[in-house]
Ligand binder design. Structure first.
Ligand SMILES: Cc1cc2nc3c(=O)[nH]c(=O)nc-3n(C[C@H](O)[C@H](O)[C@H](O)COP(=O)(O)O)c2cc1C
Length: 393
């Protein structure tokens, strides 16, 4: 559907997440925007993640005496302002200086959790020091299990509430734009370098003060001469461990007695197994279409996954959520919360911490309006009977 969108570059005028996406594109160098935006192979899954929400339509109740809406939600035993979390995304410092810190503060101010990526450009200790923030830490499994053990130890010392283990990236997805945009790892092509000249604001924010940001949680994994981004990327690729399996999750469960979240599950049977092994939550996710192309969308497996895990663990979901209506559909089908990937990154790239806060404000308003129009005033009153499967015409 063609529609008019905001053509300027002031994030405060963005009416929706699509507006923020366009502003982000105008502000970022091409190779950075494509890093943020792209998917694997032919990007079928990336596209499906957006289209799949059309499979369900709302069946609103109109005479239910709707009162002021209450979006508060309980996630892992604690109450938050709304059923959202900012999910883990690596290399946020390339979108704007101190990207992780700005995102974390936007999450804190909105009253929702923030998940720090293992490949972040801020140390986990610096994020833990942000007052009033609920921080959860995402980890990958590397061949060097001693590094994983030390990372878990750092999370314990820094008082992290939860560890998120990502299971869908033990083999790196095929992102062809990453190959096309660079001559060598982290060395943009001439065309991309020329495009950089059209982005002076980004250069003044990111490149000129400190150069390309570096990974701040991988020190123990990288040899001293490979601490730069270029060396680190190669090591990460070699270190990701394709033998990752349930024994590793059980090992982590024993090592980490606090909340454990398993992210990257698409099979309802695996969601059930994660609950059986003692995971506190599962994130149904296809990594935003960046890993296995032609993978299904987590939204498609949500009802069955909920049926299989019952109330044994919480179910979170991500991949493709850009509108409050998307979020409300997932909640009605049994998700406890939606994690945001690109949605808050667009805000961050468009306007820093305030831009990310603006993205969260847009979603909050949309969720509030959607549940009201559906005829309920609390998140917990949403149910599957408020949705109908769309008949294709
Ligand atoms: C730029 C970018 C970087 C990401 N980095 C990580 C990461 O370091 N760890 C991880 O578990 N997931 C990572 N993801 C996946 C997100 O956590 C999330 O699953 C995905 O973005 C959800 O899809 P959406 O962006 O369409 O909402 C990344 C996603 C993007 C877009």
């Amino acid at each position: 559907m063609k529609r008019r969108s905001y053509a300027g570059s002031d994030y405060r005028k963005a009416l929706n997440i699509h507006d923020l996406e366009r502003i982000a594109q105008r502000r970022l160098p091409n190779f950075v925007f494509e890093y943020l935006q792209g998917g694997a192979d032919d990007e079928r899954t990336l596209a499906r993640n957006r289209n799949v929400f059309a499979d369900y339509l709302f069946e609103p109740r109109t005479l239910t005496r709707v009162g002021p809406r209450d979006l508060t939600s309980t996630l892992l035993g604690k109450q938050y302002a709304m059923p959202l979390a900012i999910g883990p995304t690596g290399y946020n410092g390339m979108l704007t200086a101190d990207g992780d810190i700005k995102l974390a503060k936007a999450a804190r101010d909105a009253g929702i959790p923030f998940v720090l990526s293992n490949v972040s450009t801020t140390s986990l200790e610096d994020i833990a020091a942000i007052e009033g923030l609920t921080a959860w830490m995402q980890i990958y499994f590397y061949r060097d299990r001693d590094y994983v053990r030390k990372l878990v130890e750092r999370c314990r010392t820094a008082d992290y509430e939860a560890i998120v283990v990502t299971t869908d990236s033990a083999i790196y997805g095929n992102r062809e734009w990453d190959v096309r945009n660079f001559r060598k790892p982290m060395q943009p092509t001439l065309r991309n370098l020329l495009h950089l000249l059209t982005r002076p604001r980004w250069m003044a924010d990111v490149l000129i003060p400190d150069g390309m940001p570096t990974f701040k949680n991988l020190g123990d994994l990288l040899p001293p001469d490979k601490q730069g981004v270029q060396g680190a990327s190669a090591i990460i690729g070699q270190q990701l461990d394709p033998t990752l399996n349930w024994d590793d999750i059980a090992w982590l469960r024993d090592l980490w007695p606090h909340k454990l979240i398993v992210k990257g599950i698409l099979s309802p049977a695996e969601a059930e197994q994660a609950a059986a092994i003692g995971a506190d939550a599962v994130v149904l996710s296809n990594h935003g279409g960046r890993q296995l192309d032609h993978a299904c969308s987590p939204f498609e497996v949500l009802p069955e996954a909920r049926q299989r895990v019952g109330n044994r663990c919480q179910l979170f979901i991500d991949s493709g959520f850009r509108r409050g209506t998307d979020v409300v559909k997932a909640l009605a089908l049994g998700a406890d919360a939606v994690w945001l990937g690109r949605t808050t990154l667009y805000g961050l790239a468009a306007g820093g911490q305030e831009g990310a806060a603006h993205a969260l404000g847009i979603l909050q308003g949309e969720i509030d309006r959607t549940i009201g129009l559906l005829g309920v005033d609390r998140i917990t009153d949403l149910e599957a009977s408020m949705l109908r499967r769309a008949v294709r015409c």
